[in-house]
Design a protein around this ligand. Structure first.
Ligand SMILES: Cc1cc2nc3c(=O)[nH]c(=O)nc-3n(C[C@H](O)[C@H](O)[C@H](O)COP(=O)(O)O)c2cc1C
Length: 348
């Protein structure tokens, strides 16, 4: 294991290499993270980004708290904050520490217009002195929690060596490189060709390098780690429709229809239990549809799930599916053994 800087916290105890679940707004919320952690536990989990300005305002704080829920089963779990005012970033980091997160990550990669317009997210690549000041402020607010950065490899063009040089001066415990520029959004393949140089540049520093962009699964992650030498891999969109992504013992074709239906119910109920009326159930639909592909009758089930507005309606849709398609999937006989199998997998 690389010799890490001060206040390494949980990062010092991670396996080498390690596999992280990426932060994704309205995707990796507390409910989804919990159902993922019960199936195949990522070595480290990142929460969705939260506005430091919002957390610093009396009106914003109560609304944003739902973004900072997490469950013990997710640990180590890292809160991600964004902002461009060092004092608010300091305050937000302190709140994350007080809530009990294991680490704080700074978003310096978001390409969205409304974020970069205010100088946050990937816009910080263009203001490296401010970026370093922010890292320092977050370190002080989060103390003694470890502070990491997630970023891109440039704003308009690739400036990785210069940008990473600035970041390393501020000594974050880890830097996740989403291997695209801001301008490229997600429209081109990730530039894995620049990763070996970044790994060399960080060698001998106390900062871990995590690679991110287009990783399909853990086998693909292993291949990229072997080729490029980074300390860890972060997977994002590959989790869509595959909550078992971080379980090496199971391949997607081994996930039964019963497993998928059980996931739909569990995810919907967890979502409603955690968020209640604070988060619209409509946001769940994309998960429900992603979980429901590739089996006989999935099209009909998807059609019903497209309009659900509550967990009860999801349960009804599944009940309907079981009745309609029992002759194909034999739920009544399969149920017992599949339930035993999936509860073993979840480590219950
Ligand atoms: C819907 C969505 C929401 C995202 N939200 C965040 C976020 O809140 N914070 C962040 O740092 N990156 C965010 N990202 C970027 C991902 O963390 C990741 O860097 C990107 O998807 C590339 O990795 P992948 O190819 O494994 O998906 C988001 C991406 C998507 C698709």
């Amino acid at each position: 294991m690389k010799k890490l800087g001060e206040n390494a916290g949980f990062w010092a105890n991670l396996p080498q290499p390690f596999y992280a679940l990426a932060p994704m707004e309205d995707v990796t919320d507390a409910a989804f993270r919990r159902v993922v952690a019960r199936r195949g536990k990522p070595d480290v989990i990142f929460g969705e980004f939260v506005s430091a300005d919002g957390l610093s305002s009396e009106r914003g704080l109560p609304n944003l708290m739902r973004l900072l829920y997490f469950d013990e089963s997710e640990r180590p779990v890292v809160a991600q904050i964004f902002g461009e005012k060092p004092e608010n970033m300091h305050r937000a980091a302190r709140i994350c520490r007080e809530i009990g997160f294991d680490g704080v990550d700074i978003n310096m990669g978001c390409p969205v217009k409304k974020v970069v317009r205010t100088g946050c997210g990937s816009a910080l690549i263009e203001t490296p002195e401010l970026a370093k000041e922010i890292i320092q402020a977050v370190k002080e607010g989060a103390h003694p929690l470890p502070v990491s950065v997630k970023t891109r490899i440039g704003y308009r063009e690739i400036v990785l060596e210069e940008w990473l040089g600035h970041l390393l001066e501020a000594e974050p415990i880890a830097v996740t490189l989403h291997l695209r520029t801001r301008k490229e959004m997600s429209n081109v393949p990730a530039h894995w060709e620049v990763m070996p140089a970044a790994v060399r540049q960080a060698k001998g520093t106390g900062t871990l390098i995590i690679g991110n962009g287009d990783i399909r699964d853990l086998v693909h992650a292993d291949q990229l780690i072997a080729e490029n030498g980074m300390d860890g891999a972060m997977l994002g969109r590959a989790i869509y429709g595959n909550a078992w992504l971080f379980d090496r013992s199971i391949t997607p074709d081994q996930i039964t229809v019963h497993d998928r239906l059980q996931l739909l119910t569990e995810h919907s109920l967890t979502y409603e239990n955690i968020f209640g009326p604070k988060k619209n159930f409509v946001i769940m639909r994309k998960h429900l549809l992603a979980h429901t592909t590739g089996f006989f009758g999935s099209r009909e089930l998807r059609h019903r799930l497209e309009s659900v507005t509550s967990a009860a309606e999801v349960v009804d849709a599944i009940e309907w599916f079981r009745t309609e398609f029992d002759h194909v999937h034999h739920f009544s006989s399969q149920q017992k053994s599949a339930a035993a199998l999936s509860s073993n997998r979840a480590g219950d």
